[in-house]
Write a protein that binds this ligand. Structure first.
Ligand code: NAG
Length: 304
């Protein structure tokens, strides 16, 4: 009987010891050197108020630490695509380090539950800041002002992370790439610009050439004009001279006929028929070819 009692007591003591060991064990939690944490009572659902650092910590049975890194961690964006001010797609590699502010850890845990939840928000928020930064820069600025762009990215991420109680450092933007099509377009634009430059340099020479050509044409026109004018003048004068000559000839002939036909002192006293005959003889005399004509000869063919 006494032996049975002894066993029961032994078992009870053993159970009590096991319970105590279990309770002590569940009340002891460790934080590593690169960790900070706040105790969370999983039974009472109660979050502690102090941020604990590395080491062994006691707490109510069944508590655990919600742990965060106490050092900077790296966040990478690989081949992140964003649209710039011109609506051109830019591909970026960005990396930076971040760390939750230890003094705000309780607030962070209240807002984001744990480090995993927090990290997810940091990534989305960083991506959004990158997209915003891209939209401030046009394509030529991405080419020429990379330093300014990196500064802008840092400013935008810092702004957003400030609201999330997070610090950043060591931000690097690398590998800024524009789409292949765009590169091709840029190159042909450059070529076109050079062609335009060449054409512009050519312009004065061609203008001079055209100017010279124009002057030459004007001179030629003037020469032609002057020649035409003087030709016309010559023709006119010649016509006037001819007209005068003809007029003079007719006046003389008229005089002569008056003498032939009329009854003045020098008159030949031709009858009309005689005159016609006389004219006929003159025509025939002037003819180069033989003339055959039936015409009664004048009554008198010889006269003084
Ligand atoms: C890009 O932005 C700069 C500075 O605002 C401006 O001078 C330049 O003309 C812009 N380029 C184009 C192609 O819009």
């Amino acid at each position: 009987m006494a032996q049975v009692k002894f066993y029961v007591v032994g078992a009870l003591v053993f159970a009590a010891l096991a319970l105590i060991i279990g309770l002590v064990a569940s009340s002891l939690k460790k934080l590593a050197t690169d960790e900070v944490g706040i105790a969370y009572d999983t039974i009472q659902k109660d979050l502690g108020t102090t941020v604990e650092k590395e080491g062994l910590h006691t707490g109510p049975p069944g508590f655990e630490f919600i742990k965060f890194p106490s050092v900077f961690r790296t966040l990478d964006f690989n081949k992140l695509m964003c649209l710039n001010k011109d609506g051109v797609t830019i591909t970026l590699d960005v990396t930076y380090q971040y760390k939750a502010r230890p003094t705000k850890l309780r607030q962070i845990i209240m807002d984001f539950r744990d480090f995993e939840g927090y990290k997810k928000v940091l990534r989305y928020s960083g991506q959004s800041a990158l997209h915003e930064s891209c939209s401030y820069f046009n394509t030529s600025q991405f080419q020429a002002e990379r330093g300014l762009f990196q500064q802008k990215v840092k400013e935008k991420i810092s702004q957003r992370y400030d609201g999330l109680n997070c610090d950043i450092k060591g931000l690097q933007v690398s590998n800024i790439a524009r789409p292949g099509d765009y590169e091709t377009a840029i190159r042909s634009k450059e070529r076109a610009r050079e062609d335009i430059q060449v054409a512009e340099n050519e312009r004065p020479r061609q203008l001079t050439e055209a100017e010279t050509g124009k002057r030459k044409a004007a001179t030629t026109a003037q020469i032609i004009m002057q020649k035409a004018t003087s030709d016309a003048e010559i023709l006119k004068n010649r016509a006037i001279a001819e007209a005068d000559a003809i007029k003079t000839q007719y006046v003389k002939e008229a005089e002569a006929y008056k003498n032939i036909v009329g009854s003045g002192p020098d008159s030949l006293n031709f009858s009309p028929e005689g005159f016609i005959s006389y004219m006929g003889v003159r025509v025939i005399a002037a003819a180069k070819n033989p003339v055959f004509i039936g015409l009664s000869s004048p009554a008198k063919t010889s006269y003084p």
